[in-house]
Design a protein around this ligand. Structure first.
Ligand code: SF4
Length: 347
């Protein structure tokens, strides 16, 4: 037992030391990560960790680290029948929609400023006000909102999905800032809702200018949930996978990530030859999740940790996700025909 614990401390130290964790820090969490990893194997479970989780979760117990949609898709290909999704509640719902036959649990019932800004009833009211418009919802929404929308989208395919919608007018919900960014590059009339991500709306363009002055040659990457003024000033705007590809393929050495601190940690851990500079902002919802909550989900789960979606809502929400794939393909063809190809958010 002592040997396993020593090995666990060593494993954690190797992963977490580059992020500033000491051996003492690793010794403190090792009994819990060891218990979680043992239970996980005994129960044939897989632990998905969103990139905004803390390093002890991402690298201590997570089997896969990524963005919510990518992780949910990955889980469909994994043989495990139990999914523990370390993230906020709506992300657990997305995993359940894509893995209806599996048990999906979240360590905490954590909210999100964006997802909490709109309900299914509010989407129905919007539809009554704008009957001529199509409704596209960002994936950062609850299942009941997806169920009331014509199609879902991610930050990676929002442009294609919107361009392929049959209507000229689009209600883009709930992220106002992403909707405004979309409005700058889309041929459609975009109407927005007043939701925002409290992390990404918190950055201002002055910090970008300051970093450019202090680090000549720096490449600055932002999420399209940031303000259009900021997005216009960066070298690349996109979601997690787009940012990863950009850094992986760039010859630059220094980067600033205008996003949540967990992703900054992830880049520091995974690109040890690159330098990540500047500040980041913590998401208080994501940071609610602690190792003890993950342990509880495996050892003695509370009823609220299980994701259950009423069948009718699940059916319609899944249809909205399926429609996303069709529209993404059609949108790509439309953009290619126009000769524009894939439109970057920074256009
Ligand atoms: S970073 Fe936090 S507030 Fe922003 S969309 Fe993600 S969960 Fe919601």
């Amino acid at each position: 037992m002592q040997a396993s614990l020593d090995n666990e401390v060593q494993r954690l130290y190797h992963k977490l030391h580059p992020l500033g964790w000491s051996r003492d820090d690793c010794e403190l969490i090792a009994p819990t990560t060891l218990e979680i990893n043992t239970l996980k194997h005994q129960q044939n479970a897989v632990i998905l960790a969103h990139s905004y989780q803390t390093p002890d979760i991402m690298y201590g117990v997570g089997d896969y680290v990524g963005d919510s949609y990518g992780l949910s898709v990955q889980a469909t290909e994994h043989p495990a029948q139990k999914i523990i999704f370390c993230s906020v509640y709506f992300m657990g719902e997305t995993a359940k929609l894509l893995n209806p036959g599996k048990q999906v649990l979240v360590p905490r019932v954590a909210g999100c400023s964006l997802a909490d800004s709109i309900s299914g009833a509010q989407v129905r009211a919007l539809r009554r006000e704008h009957p001529q418009a199509g409704v596209v919802c960002y994936v950062n929404t609850y299942a009941e909102v997806k169920a009331e929308s014509d199609a879902c989208c991610t930050s990676a395919n929002a442009v294609e999905v919107v361009e392929a919608m049959p209507q000229d007018e689009i209600l883009f919900i709930p992220d106002r800032l992403m909707g405004l960014n979309l409005d700058k590059i889309s041929s459609k009339t975009i109407r927005t809702w007043d939701g925002t991500c409290i992390v990404h709306e918190g950055f201002n363009v002055d910090s970008v200018h300051d970093i450019r002055r202090r680090f000549p040659g720096v490449k600055i990457l932002a999420h399209p949930e940031c303000t259009p003024g900021l997005v216009a000033e960066v070298d690349y705007a996109g979601g997690t996978s787009g940012m990863l590809n950009y850094v992986r393929n760039s010859e630059a050495h220094t980067f600033m990530l205008v996003t949540e601190c967990g992703l900054t940690d992830r880049f520091k851990a995974e690109f040890r030859d690159k330098e990540i500079v500047g500040t980041c902002i913590l998401c208080p919802y994501m940071k609610e999740i602690q190792l003890d909550d993950v342990l509880k989900a495996l050892k003695d789960p509370a009823p609220e940790q299980f994701i259950e979606i009423p069948a009718d809502i699940a059916h319609r929400a899944r249809a909205s996700l399926d429609r996303m794939f069709e529209l993404e393909r059609e949108g790509r063809a439309i953009l290619a025909e126009r000769g524009t190809g894939a439109l970057p958010w920074t256009a």
